[in-house]
Design a protein around this ligand. Structure first.
Ligand SMILES: [Zn+2]
Length: 285
């Protein structure tokens, strides 16, 4: 609001209501119009201080007064001449929304929620077999029956790794630290050397990996990685339940083979769908 003649009613229009529902009490006050609080284009500070508290006085004196003797009018603070335009409205709305996002992101708990949400969203939108998505989801949720998990939950089983017989078998040990896993990653066509420091926490490692989608062949590397993790897990089970050792090269071959097969099926499906769509369009012409 830009006050000109100040013909607005102090009480009726609730002009000085600061928005939190507090009623303005003016017992014994004869003031009726806002212009009674203004003189020579300035607020009458003494009068304001008499009837309002310090915070309200501050709030009121921040309302711009017109330099001319003109009618009160709505004044849009964000444009040069005080007139609302869609463009300035959009800019203000965008700024406020960005400010809110910044505030949310700077809050550690919210930022953690956002990160978790992003990781799950990326996982479920991955173009790999559904069983692989479920597998990885369980790994990330600490839901795999590793020896350590079984030991912790039921007190049974030996928490030592079947393969090396030395370390506690965690999901991270199976995927990265067991000598068999190390050899597998060494020979595999996809490596994540930049994230070695994150291998102690599968969740953090995976989060970093999925952030590489924009890199060259990023999406393909991620898809092959999921297949590799799956085959490493299957090899671990084969050793644990059938006492069969699976060679690192076999793990890699199987991972590549399954990935390529899925891609081929997916591509032919997409092609068939687009052919069907083209045929449908031709028939409609
Ligand atoms: Zn091991």
């Amino acid at each position: 609001m830009l006050l000109g003649t100040g013909k607005v009613c102090i009480r009726g229009e609730n002009y000085f209501n600061r928005g939190y529902g507090r009623e303005w009490e003016m017992e014994g006050c004869q003031l009726e119009f806002v212009h009674e609080l203004i003189e020579g284009g300035k607020w009458k500070n003494d009068l304001l201080k008499h009837w309002f508290n310090v915070v309200d006085v501050d709030h009121i004196t921040n309302i711009p007064l017109s330099l001319y003797d003109r009618k009160d009018r709505l004044f849009w603070n964000y444009s040069k001449f005080g007139i609302y335009t869609v463009k300035t409205g959009y800019v203000v709305a965008k700024e406020q929304s960005e400010m809110m996002n910044r505030r949310l992101a700077s809050d550690p708990e919210t930022s953690w929620e956002i990160r978790k949400h992003t990781v799950w969203k990326r996982l479920w939108s991955l173009n790999v077999k559904m069983k692989l998505k479920h597998f990885l989801w369980r790994c990330l949720q600490n839901g795999m029956a590793t020896n350590k998990a079984l030991y912790k939950r039921f007190g049974i089983s030996n928490k030592i790794c079947h393969c090396c017989g030395k370390e506690t078998e965690t999901i991270e040990h199976i995927f990265f630290f067991c000598p068999k896993a190390k050899v597998t990653w060494k020979l595999a066509p996809v490596r994540w050397e930049g994230f070695v420091a994150l291998q102690g926490n599968l969740w953090r490692w995976w989060e970093a990996v999925t952030q590489s989608t924009k890199e060259t062949q990023g999406a393909d590397r991620i898809k092959l990685t999921v297949n590799l993790l799956w085959q490493i897990w299957k090899a671990r089970n084969k050793l644990a339940f059938q006492s069969e050792l699976v060679d690192a090269k076999v793990i890699i071959d199987k991972a590549q083979q399954e990935w390529i097969e899925y891609e081929a099926v997916y591509e032919s499906d997409t092609r068939t769908n687009s052919n069907l769509e083209m045929e449908r369009q031709v028939q409609q012409r």
